[in-house]
Design a protein around this ligand. Structure first.
Ligand SMILES: C[S@@+](CC[C@H](N)C(=O)[O-])C[C@H]1O[C@@H](n2cnc3c(N)ncnc32)[C@H](O)[C@@H]1O
Length: 281
């Protein structure tokens, strides 16, 4: 690790108590550059001095490491495969086995765009087929502000600009340019704080035992070191039921490629447990 970065890791440990060495080195360097620009420090050495002397900077730096950007139906191909293949299969499987409910976990849900996207698809599929099947969705994150927005389920016009009109009509109500997710969908989702790096638990405590049919772990792995990525992947794979599906972000497919996983459909970022766990555990 770059010498100045090692210093920053140490300063953060003393000033904040947190271990930022878990983050990927190139991501850390970019974040330091952004904070240098924001605080008008020309060199990393100058920034180190500022970080160790200024009371608010450690908190500001830590906040800059937590990127909460998200979008509805973020990777259209992933959501098309979910709508056409994965969710119909899950519905059939549950009906055939007489299982009580479909269980989904969005790990790193940000302000809810991802979890509402899948909930909208599931809701539409069940309504179109007039099937009464329960589903429960757990959505977790470490960013309290994002969780609070997610619970509200209210978005501005820019946030929904890429959402198809049929989904807007089925699942949102519009008032003065604000779009609110339908209550029947919001009620199915339990938002809570959960740190994926927590070593004492394998799934969000509210879910009791995991056993998820579908887990989203998208657009967060690449912020961490390879060892932490593996820790998170093992955790989410363990929380899946046999034959359950893991959804990752488009840019994270290369991370899963390095550990030799097969996608259920090319470029979809969707993997099945039987294949995933064979190589990881
Ligand atoms: C870039 S956003 C991606 C949101 C969404 N999954 C998507 O793909 O659009 C990454 C999210 O992961 C969350 N996150 C990062 N590290 C986490 C951790 N250790 N445990 C839980 N959530 C985490 C962040 O707070 C952030 O909301």
């Amino acid at each position: 690790m770059n010498g100045e970065l090692v210093r920053i890791v140490k300063i953060m440990r003393v000033k904040h108590g947190g271990d930022i060495s878990r983050y990927d080195e190139s991501f850390l360097l970019k974040s330091v550059e952004k904070r240098m620009a924001a605080t008008s420090r020309a060199t990393m050495a100058e920034y180190c001095t500022y970080l160790s002397e200024d009371n608010g900077e450690a908190e500001a730096f830590l906040r800059s490491l937590n990127i909460t950007y998200s979008e509805f139906f973020r990777n259209p191909l992933t959501f098309a495969v979910l709508e056409q293949r994965v969710l119909p299969r899950l519905i059939e499987k549950k009906l055939e086995s007489g299982s009580a409910e479909i269980r989904i976990w969005s790990a790193g849900c940000a302000a809810g765009q991802e979890v509402y996207s899948v909930a909208i698809l599931l809701d539409e599929l069940l309504l179109a087929r007039q099937i009464s099947l329960a589903y429960r969705i757990f959505a977790t994150d470490i960013a309290e502000t994002a969780l609070s927005s997610a619970r509200n389920g209210v978005y501005d016009a820019a946030a929904v600009q890429n959402v198809q009109l049929k989904h807007i009509r089925s699942s949102f109500s519009e008032q003065n340019g604000s779009y609110t997710i339908a209550r029947r969908i919001r009620e199915r989702i339990e938002f809570s704080f959960y740190d994926l790096l927590d070593e004492r638990s394998t799934s969000p405590p509210g879910s009791i035992y995991g056993d998820f049919d579908l887990v989203f772990c998208s657009n967060l792995l690449f912020y961490y070191t390879p060892a932490i990525r593996k820790f998170i992947l093992n955790k989410v794979c363990h929380s899946l039921s046999d034959g359950g599906y893991l959804v990752t972000g488009e840019a994270e497919r290369s991370i899963l490629e390095t550990i030799n996983l097969d996608e259920i459909s090319p470029m979809s970022g969707i993997y099945q447990k039987s294949q995933a766990c064979k190589v990881m555990i």
